[in-house]
Design a protein around this ligand. Structure first.
Ligand code: ATP
Ligand code: MG
Length: 353
């Protein structure tokens, strides 16, 4: 019994009638049900057991087969998000092959799923790098040709020609494509990070000064809540500036007319990460919060995908860049958004590296 209580896998036992007889603490943790709520109830009374589970349990109870799922099944829970799990179901026998019930072992796969997602993101970045280097080379030369020709044409036309307007558009759009390529190349260029002591408060203050100017056509209130006790951070100042500029710019862009962008820093006790020497390091939490449009759930999934943008003049590379810089600084990023208004991006960076 002690073994089951301390096991990190959820173990649930049911009798031949499908009534739950055992529900260990890991099962409580994973399903969100307490032992008291489920003991003595039939398994199909409880909403976490949907079709996939029912099929496996029936196979065990009726045919005496042991089955495990290879793929992740989503465990629905009374509160919280569905949990990706794998399950094994094994029948229990009494004498002469008579089936007396079944044991379910459920394994929480969410750490694996998170890791897989991180690997996929990293893979996408590598592919993006190779592609963009080739692309940049092939596109930049003809682009230069188009821009040069447009400029020559402009010189040939009389000043009052209505065609001048088209030429301006041509040149502007060529510059835009060139800008995208430049950004892509910045993303993929292997860099040796230049580590120095960075004063985060100064970086954030400077960015806000500039962003106030850039968005002076709107009524945005920039609020800085900076913890003065945060020591200097070891990192690449240029990259960190770019990171927070992207986030603050996004926040300001999410505000249509009037609103507030709040930037806070604090040392957090919420998370601990392990540095190379295996000492736990504290994390600095930098939050960029706005009360703008918010992000609908279907957009949320695609935020960090290269070229995903909902903005007329966006390139969809800002957050990809942010992710890369944060990874280079051994940190991580979280997003919370209320589609009814307001988004918060939280960056966590380790204090000692
Ligand atoms: N604070 C925010 N509030 C609402 N939506 C946001 C916010 N930040 C990002 N987004 C959404 O995420 C998308 C991707 O952001 P990202 O910064 O990667 O690209 P972008 O801002 O569109 O273009 P750029 O390459 O110029 O930064 C945005 O188009 C927007 O839809
Ligand atoms: Mg952006």
């Amino acid at each position: 019994m002690r073994v089951l209580e301390n096991l990190d896998r959820a173990v649930i036992a049911i009798d031949a009638q499908g009534v739950i007889q055992l529900f260990n603490p890991a099962a409580e943790l994973n399903t969100g049900y307490s032992e008291r709520q489920v003991l003595g109830r039939r398994y199909d009374d409880i909403c976490i057991f949907d079709n996939a589970f029912t099929y496996l349990i029936q196979a065990a109870l009726e045919n005496g087969r042991s089955i495990s799922t290879q793929e992740h099944i989503m465990l629905r829970r009374p509160i919280g998000k569905p949990l990706p799990v794998t399950i094994s179901v094994a029948p229990m026998f009494v004498e002469q092959g008579k089936i007396d019930g079944a044991v379910l072992i459920i394994r929480d796969m969410s750490p694996v799923v998170k890791l897989e997602e991180a690997v996929r993101r990293a893979d996408r970045m590598t592919m993006l790098g190779t592609m963009s280097a080739g692309l940049a080379h092939e596109i930049r030369n003809p682009l230069g040709g188009i821009k040069g020709s447009a400029q020559l044409m402009a010189m040939e036309l009389p000043e009052d020609s209505p065609l001048n307007e088209y030429i301006e558009v041509m040149i502007r759009e060529v510059d835009r494509v060139d800008g995208i390529i430049e950004e892509l190349m910045n993303l993929s260029r292997p860099r040796t990070a230049e580590n120095s002591a960075v004063n985060l408060s100064k970086v954030l203050n400077d960015i806000v000064l500039l962003q106030k100017e850039a968005h002076c056509d709107k009524n945005i209130h920039f609020i800085l809540n900076l913890d003065p006790s945060i020591p200097e951070l070891i990192g690449d100042e240029r990259l960190l500036t770019q990171l927070f500029l992207n986030l603050i710019k996004n926040a300001a862009e999410a505000i249509e007319d009037t609103g507030a962008v709040t930037i806070s820093t604090r040392i957090t006790s919420e998370y601990q990460t392990r540095s190379e020497a295996d000492h736990p390091a504290s994390l600095i939490h930098i939050e960029v919060k706005d009360n703008g449009t918010g992000i609908p759930p279907e957009t949320m999934k695609r935020l960090f995908t290269p070229f995903f943008t909902t903005r007329k003049s966006g390139n969809g590379l800002g957050l990809v860049m942010c992710q890369k810089i944060i990874t280079e600084h051994d940190g991580f990023i979280k997003v919370d958004s209320d589609p009814a208004g307001g988004t918060s991006f939280s960056v966590y960076l380790p204090l000692r590296r």
